[in-house]
Design a protein around this ligand. Structure first.
Ligand code: SF4
Ligand code: SF4
Ligand code: SF4
Ligand code: SF4
Length: 501
């Protein structure tokens, strides 16, 4: 009776968790908002999409991907044989145990009358396979120390729970013929751990057992021309498909920065956990927000993470939509300096004019508003605060070269942005040589509020042509970083936020 009650409780929690998760795929979205895309519209689009795949030639693609990538996980084998072995051992043995052990009353006992009486070698073999798989998982995480393979709480709880289920199961089989008392104790532990695992599944990393195959199959039959409602739904589902394998972080172009600044939050795999909360409007705090913001600020849209992700997650589009979402929610305006603006340019044809302009205008305003001096006719005061700026801004080394400027105007003459305007000063506020000069005077409002800074293409022409060796472009980078830190509410130029560039 107690065991049956526990089973029903675990099943009820599992069912509620599953419904909650799947409902979230249709309720939430990332990126440019479309009020017409209600959950009902998205559910209808998903059903229509599934039916159109099942009754078209795409079904063959689905079957091929199911066999190669879901059943035999070829995409993982090509990347890392040890990881593939770990996956296959756990996955094959668990599938076997689920059908022939957990469902034994339904399947096995109807076939083998004496199933419960003898030592079952198949269960032992399956159990040993999972133990071997878990041993590889422990080895990779805690002994091999795979670079950037970080274990979070969810990884550790999942490994411990699986280990308890397996070890108690093996102990049960080994004591079955010797001591009923011991067998019963191990059975209790085993049953309880299985129930906890079942109830915890929709909320744990193991949920990817269901969602990763879905993600792989969806990506095999979808492309950028698919129904936008289904693309939105798939994107939210993909967040649940992430198994925190950290493959993306190992290949990420900017991960080297994580090694040097010691901030793992900029790694794509580490952003995923915070993103799941963020997308559901859960409180993630300043730390969670910073984890997402810093990562997408640095991200170069190089696409390496998408290519390598074993769950088939389209990370490139995910990062793009996260940026749009953060700007929409007002959580992270200083994204204009990132490759986002460039990548957005590539997408211009797909966005209407208002959608295209709004986020960047918002970003630019947020960055330049704190430096309001240029918008008035006020005479610029040479205050002590402005003079102190030179010392506190961290403009040292290469960027300290502004002091050598003798105002020859070469930098402004060669600048393609300046050359683009009939009346450059009107369009850009200050020209490059004037920004460098204002640096010499310590006038940070002038230097950082000038539109020239934000329109700069970072082509390095000015720096290459400067007869005094002033690192003009590097200085502009430095100033922009300071403005971003100010817009982000960070006042410490030499703090960890400083590494965000
Ligand atoms: S996004 Fe993909 S590659 Fe990155 S941790 Fe998740 S599953 Fe692994
Ligand atoms: S697209 Fe961004 S997150 Fe992905 S690998 Fe490149 S830099 Fe890293
Ligand atoms: S080219 Fe060099 S020296 Fe000349 S104005 Fe520009 S920064 Fe100053
Ligand atoms: S780096 Fe910027 S300021 Fe220098 S020449 Fe190029 S666009 Fe002009």
């Amino acid at each position: 009776m107690l065991y049956t009650t526990l089973l029903y409780i675990a099943l009820a929690i599992f069912g509620i968790g599953l419904i909650y998760k799947v409902a979230g795929w249709f309720r939430f979205s990332l990126g440019i908002e479309d009020p017409a895309m209600t959950p009902a519209v998205r559910i209808r689009a998903a059903l229509k999409g599934v039916l159109s795949v099942l009754f078209s030639a795409k079904i063959l693609t689905l079957i091929r991907v199911f066999i190669t990538d879901v059943l035999f996980q070829n995409h993982i084998r090509k990347q890392d044989t040890l990881r593939w072995a770990m996956h296959m051992l756990i996955y094959a043995a668990f599938t076997f145990l689920f059908f022939l052990h957990a469902l034994d009353k339904v399947i096995v006992t109807s076939l083998f009358e004496k199933y419960y009486l003898a030592l079952n070698p198949f269960l032992l073999v399956a159990g040993c396979m999972v133990v071997a798989g878990l041993a590889i998982a422990f080895y990779r995480r805690f002994v091999q120390d795979v670079p950037r393979l970080k274990s979070n709480g969810n990884d550790i709880y999942t490994l411990i729970l699986l280990a308890v289920i397996l070890l108690s199961g093996i102990a049960m089989e080994l004591t079955k013929l010797q001591s009923y008392n011991h067998y019963q104790k191990f059975w209790d532990v085993h049953y309880l751990a299985c129930m906890v695992g079942l109830a915890y599944l929709p909320f744990s990393k193991m949920f990817h057992i269901l969602t990763t195959p879905l993600s792989l199959l969806a990506n095999a039959v979808m492309d950028r021309h698919s129904d936008p409602a289904n693309i939105k739904t798939r994107q939210i589902m993909e967040l649940d498909a992430c198994m925190h394998c950290t493959n993306c972080s190992k290949r990420c172009s900017v991960a080297v920065a994580a090694d040097s600044i010691g901030n793992i939050n900029i790694l794509p795999s580490e952003r995923m956990a915070a993103l799941k909360q963020y997308v559901a409007y859960k409180e993630i705090g300043a730390r969670g927000l910073a984890a997402i913001r810093q990562g997408i600020y640095l991200c170069t849209n190089c696409d390496r993470c998408t290519v390598i992700c074993p769950a088939g997650i389209n990370l490139r589009d995910l990062w793009f939509n996260v940026r749009e979402e953060m700007i929409r929610r007002g959580d992270s305006v200083p994204l204009m300096l990132t490759p986002f603006s460039f990548y957005r340019g590539l997408k211009r044809q797909e966005l209407n004019a208002e959608q295209y302009e709004r986020p960047l205008q918002k970003t630019e305003k947020a960055l330049t508003d704190p430096f309001a001096l240029l918008k008035t006719d006020t005479v610029v005061p040479l205050t002590a605060e402005n003079s102190a700026f030179k010392k506190t801004a961290g403009l040292a080394g290469r960027t300290g070269t502004y002091a050598y400027c003798f105002s020859c105007e070469n930098c402004s003459t060669v600048c393609p942005v300046v050359g683009n305007y009939e009346a450059p000063q009107q369009a850009l506020d200050l020209l490059p040589h004037q920004i460098i000069r204002s640096m010499g005077l310590g006038l940070k409002d002038l230097a950082m509020g000038s539109r020239m800074l934000w329109y700069c293409l970072t082509c390095y022409q000015c720096q290459e042509h400067c007869p005094q060796g002033v690192k003009v472009t590097d200085i502009f980078y430095e100033l922009k970083n300071l403005a971003v830190m100010q817009a982000n509410g960070s006042s410490a130029p030499n703090g960890s936020e400083r590494a965000v560039k």
